[in-house]
Structures are given as C-alpha cells and as structure tokens.
Write a protein that binds this ligand. Sequence first.
Ligand SMILES: [Zn+2]
Ligand SMILES: [Zn+2]
Length: 230
Amino acid sequence: MVNNCINIMLDALFPSHCPLCLTPSSDVLCPGCMDDLPINRHCCRRCAMPITDPHSALCGHCLQAPPIIDCSRIPFRYADPIDQMIGQYKFSANLANGRILSQLWLGHQQTPVELPELLIPIPLHPERLCRRGFNQALELARPLGRHFGIAVNHKSCERVLNTPPQAGLKRQQRKQNLRGSFRLKQRLKVEHVALVDDVVTTGSTVFELARLLKKSGIRRVDVWALARTP
Ligand SMILES: [Zn+2]
Ligand SMILES: [Zn+2]
C-alpha cells in the first residue's frame, strides 16, 4: 500500500521515470535496469529450468523422465528485481507492477513457431481469488493473448481444492498436495494449448493441470510463464 502511494505520487511528479531506480526514462525501464534483468537465456526447452551448458536442449530431469508438458517459454529467472515485482503485484495488489511485468514479458517473449490455439491461465481457488481480488495469471495472460492473437480461456478449468501454499514443500509432497486440485468444466475442442502462470517453481501445478487436459484429449500442452525458479 505504501509502495502504491509512493508510485502514484512519483507518477504525478515525474511522469517519465524508471520505476526501479527513478532515473528519467520514457521506456518501461531505463537501459541500465533493463540490462540487469535476470534473463532465462540458457534453459531447458521442455521445462525452462536454467542450464549451464548452452549446447544442451534439455535439463537432466527432462532427459531422465520427460514431464507431461511439451515445451516451456519462460523469459526470466525468478530473481531480483522480477521476484520483488511479482511479490508486490500479487500480495500488495501493486497493479502498476502488473502492467510493467506484462510489458517486460511481451518485450522478451519470442514468437513460437507453432502458436497454441488457447491460453489457459492457472485458475485460483475461489477463496483465494476472493481474498486477492484478481487472478494474476489471468491478468498477465490477457495482454499476451492480444499480442499474439490467441483467445484466453479462463472458464473451462477450475480449482476445486484450496491447497496450502507450496513454498517449503519437497517436490514429491507438492505433487501429492496438488492431486485432484483442478477440474475441467467443459471439454475443449482444440489440440494445442499453453498454460499461463506468473512463476513456475517445481512445475507441480502446471503438470497437474496438463495431466488433466491431456487426459481429456488435448495433444500438446505448453507452459508460458513470466519467471522460473532455478
Ligand atoms: Zn532504472
Ligand atoms: Zn527440463
């Protein structure tokens, strides 16, 4: 809330400033802050986990046991300042940060060779949606949908279990925690979709929804997210 007020005052006083370092800038971020963004440059094609060898296409996990998703496009690593901006956007409803994050995402998302037919934001449980007031995944999906000309479908999947926050749980616990947490309300007559989320950590959430969608007959499920936890 305090951050929101400061930003509103700064916007009124200095309409063209970098929101991170406050230097004058007419772009979304000043060139210095833009250069410092944690770009997820070398990452696994399938799960977007950062990898050190720039010549490998897949990470060790995906080589050993390919996950249910087909491809991930995640332009940033979940590191400073992207992690702070996402946190303020989600937990303090700093909507200005949401707009900046959307612009950064659009500026760093390459056009895939095969575009998905639908973007499906990861649904929030109604109780959490009510508390937060908005679904950050849906709000981030909308500008992507407009930019790439892909419909955003947020009505066909719902979250039926209000799972506790996943932070601090091990991979296996997360997986068990999420089993049965989504439900498909209507069958989708498409072959290729992309799930949209703000952050992918272990992937358990997107894998769980991808499992359900593939079971319903969808051939290809990609993941589009803003940031990947290394
Ligand atoms: Zn700056
Ligand atoms: Zn991988």
